[in-house]
Write a protein that binds this ligand. Structure first.
Ligand code: ADP
Length: 353
C-alpha cells in the first residue's frame, strides 16, 4: 500500500505496522477531524477506500453510507455498528467499531461478518424448521390418544381401534425418522472427514437394492449396470445411507409401473459414478437447486405419504462432499430424474483386501 512505507518508521514501529497490515481485520487511522491518515489493505477493501486519493479526506465523505455517517458522528461508541454493503454483486456484512486513541485521534476496526451472519441465519431457519416439523406429528398423535382415552371402550369397534393405533404408529415413526435423520446430519457435521477404508461397493449397493425392491413390492422394474470390480475408499455407514436414500427416493417418487436404473461404473475420465435414474414424477427446474436444503420438499403431502423427512438429500449431499464427491441432479418435471454422485479417481482402490 502506498501509505505504508514501513521502512521510514523506526524498526519497532515498522514491525507493528507490518503486523497491523497482516491483520484479518481492517484498521483505519483517522486524525482529530476524522480524516484518513492510514489504513491497511483489508480496510481499503472493506470500505472501498482508495489509498492514493482518499488520504486527508473525511471518512464520512469517502465511505458514503448514511448509517455509518450517523454512527461516526456519535460522541462515543459503546457498541459496534453492523453495515451491509454491496460487494461483487452480493451483500457484505461489515462490523465497524470506532474508538478514540492517542490525544484526539480515531481508530476504526472493520470486520467482515458475512459468513457468520449466514451461519446465524441458517441456524435460525433450522431451529424454526425443526420446531415446525416435530409438533405436527406430535399434535396428531396426542389427538388420537385423547380420542382413545375419552371414548368408552364399547363405542369403538375393533377395526376403528386398530385404525387409530395404526395412524398413531405412523406419526410416532415419522418423529423417529426425523430425529434419526437429524442425528445423522449432526454426526456428519461434527465428525472430522476421514478417508475411511476400502469398501465393497457392490455389497453396499446390492443391500440397498434389496431394501428398495421390498419397498417397491414388485411395482417397479429394476435395471442395474454395476461394475462388481469397482471399489472406493470411504465410510461404509455414510455411503450406505446416501445410496439407499437415492434408490428409495426413486421408488417413492416413481408411480408404478416405472423403471429404476442403478449404475455403478468407472467413467472414461477415470472417476467413479453412482447413478440412480427413474421414470418418475421429476422435479421442476426451479426446485432442483433447493432439493438438498434441509426439510425442503416439492410436495409436502407426497413426501409425508412416503414417510419422507425432507432430510434425505441433505444427508446424501453431505456424504458425497465428505467423500470428495459431488451430488448432481438432472430432472424434468413429469419425465423422471437422475441423481448421481461422482467420486474422484484417487478414491478408487485396485482390489479389496
Ligand atoms: P424426502 O424425505 O421428502 O424424500 P429428500 O431430502 O430425500 O426428502 O428429498 C427432498 C425432495 O426432493 C422430496 O420431497 C421430493 O420432492 C424431491 N425428490 C427427491 N427424489 C426425487 C425423485 N427421484 N424424483 C422426484 N422428486 C424427488
Amino acid at each position: 500500500s502506498p501509505f505504508c512505507q514501513y521502512q521510514a518508521f523506526g524498526d519497532t514501529l515498522g514491525s507493528v505496522m507490518a503486523a497491523v497490515e497482516a491483520l484479518p481485520d481492517g484498521t483505519v487511522l483517522l486524525n482529530a477531524d476524522m480524516e484518513l491518515v492510514w489504513c491497511n489493505q483489508t480496510a481499503s477493501n472493506h470500505l472501498g477506500l482508495n489509498t492514493l486519493t482518499d488520504r486527508h479526506h473525511n471518512i464520512i465523505n469517502i465511505f458514503r453510507v448514511p448509517e455509518f455517517a450517523r454512527y461516526a458522528r456519535q460522541e462515543d461508541w459503546p457498541s459496534p455498528i453492523l453495515i451491509h454493503t454491496h460487494h461483487n454483486g452480493g451483500t457484505r456484512a461489515l462490523l465497524i467499531n470506532m474508538t478514540r486513541y492517542g490525544p484526539e485521534d480515531f481508530l476504526m476496526v472493520t470486520r467482515d461478518v458475512t459468513q457468520i451472519e449466514k451461519l446465524e441465519t441458517m441456524r435460525r431457519d433450522f431451529i424454526a424448521n425443526v420446531s415446525h416439523e416435530l409438533p405436527t406429528p406430535l399434535t396428531v398423535l396426542a389427538g388420537f390418544l385423547e380420542t382413545l382415552a375419552e371414548t368408552p371402550a364399547e363405542a369403538l369397534s375393533d377395526e376403528q381401534r386398530a385404525q387409530y393405533l395404526n395412524l398413531m404408529r405412523e406419526q410416532a415413526n415419522r418423529m423417529q425418522a426425523i430425529i434419526s435423520d437429524l442425528l445423522t446430519l449432526s454426526t456428519l457435521e461434527s465428525q472430522p472427514q476421514g478417508d475411511g477404508g476400502p469398501l465393497n461397493m457392490t455389497d453396499i449397493i446390492r443391500a440397498s437394492l434389496d431394501q428398495a425392491r421390498a419397498l417397491s413390492a414388485g411395482r417397479h422394474e429394476f435395471k442395474t449396470d454395476i461394475d462388481a470390480n469397482l471399489h472406493i475408499t470411504g465410510m461404509a455407514n455414510e455411503l450406505t445411507s446416501a445410496i439407499s436414500n437415492l434408490i428409495n427416493n426413486a421408488v417413492h417418487y416413481t408411480p408404478p409401473p416405472g423403471t429404476i436404473t442403478v449404475e455403478w461404473k468407472r467413467k472414461p475420465d477415470g472417476t467413479a459414478l453412482f447413478a440412480v435414474t427413474d421414470t418418475g414424477i421429476g422435479v421442476a427446474t426451479k426446485d432442483i437447486p433447493r432439493l438438498t436444503e434441509r426439510f425442503y420438499r416439492v410436495d409436502h403431502s407426497r413426501s409425508r405419504a412416503t414417510g419422507g423427512t425432507g432430510l434425505g438429500l441433505a444427508i446424501t449431499r453431505h456424504v458425497a462432499l465428505r467423500h470428495d464427491g459431488e451430488l448432481k441432479v438432472d430432472s424434468r418435471l413429469g419425465a423422471g430424474s437422475r441423481f448421481s454422485i461422482v467420486f474422484p479417481a484417487r478414491r478408487i482402490v485396485a482390489g479389496l483386501p
